[in-house]
Design a protein around this ligand. Structure first.
Ligand SMILES: [Zn+2]
Length: 255
């Protein structure tokens, strides 16, 4: 395929519509966060716009970097000092556009983090729960995944990271609930929606007690590990749509 060039505004508009960003309330801006060059022919995707990620995008010759976790979060210090200054200085010096998509990317039905995690783990969707229907309910397509212990092994193999299982590994797996990232606070909603096991990225101290007392198994699978796949799918979509070059870059994060 010939490598093409897309206009920055075309990409901005395409993704605003695709991810329905004007209809989703969030605690960071979604879309173009730092403006760079107008013509985009090579893009990099990654989970978080850390300094290491920015440097990797520079090394890859990217015109634009697309991430799930960008900048300018509500309640953070707005000043461009310290690490925030260092990251943005490098982007501006190389004229690299930074695009970030947070909740709209978690929620998207085809390329979202929850949708892509389902594909990765072989879950068939059976419903939604929680605010804005952000949590997913489903069953495993593989009948061999019959216990939470076997589900934990599957997750370890597919995500390359051993999850922390709270509960009995011999517990049968029926309805599974999942929500990527730091959605451990939705455990009670997953239980009342009918899930016997719930998985998310992170875990809090209280999550353990809640899981025991609601009688639901919990799997902490890693915030980073559960949120790699949506932004990668977004990059693949842009590559197909605009004929531009895409590379997903993994910056290891054990959390
Ligand atoms: Zn996240």
């Amino acid at each position: 395929m010939d490598q093409k060039t897309a206009h920055r505004d075309e990409i901005t508009r395409f993704l605003a519509q695709k991810l329905n960003i004007s209809h989703i309330r969030d605690y960071c801006p979604n879309g173009l966060q730092v403006e760079g060059q107008i013509h985009i022919s090579a893009i990099v995707t990654g989970v978080t716009a850390s300094l290491a990620m920015v440097e990797a995008a520079i090394d890859a010759g990217a015109d634009a970097l697309f991430v799930h976790h960008g900048y300018f979060w509500r309640d953070e210090d707005p000043c461009l000092t310290g690490p925030k200054h260092a990251r943005i200085k490098r982007l501006l010096a190389h004229d690299i556009n930074l695009y970030a998509y947070h909740l709209p990317l978690d929620m998207h039905e085809d390329i979202g983090n929850n949708a892509m995690l389902a594909k990765k783990l072989g879950f068939l969707s059976r419903g939604r729960f929680g605010e804005n229907d952000i949590g997913w309910l489903g069953i495993t397509e593989n009948p061999a995944i019959s216990t939470t212990g076997k589900l934990a092994t599957l997750i370890e193999n597919r995500l390359g990271r051993k999850p922390l299982l709270i509960g009995d590994p011999e517990q049968p797996v029926d309805m599974v609930g999942w929500c990527t990232g730091a959605a451990q606070g939705m455990l009670a909603e997953a239980a009342s929606a009918g899930a016997g096991v719930y998985l998310s990225g992170e875990i809090s101290e209280r999550t353990v007690h809640e899981a025991r007392e609601y009688g639901i198994a919990y799997l902490a699978c890693g915030h980073h590990a559960t949120e790699r796949y949506g932004i990668e799918a977004l990059g693949e979509l842009l590559a197909r749509q605009f004929g531009i070059r895409h590379q997903f870059i993994e910056i290891d994060n054990p959390a």
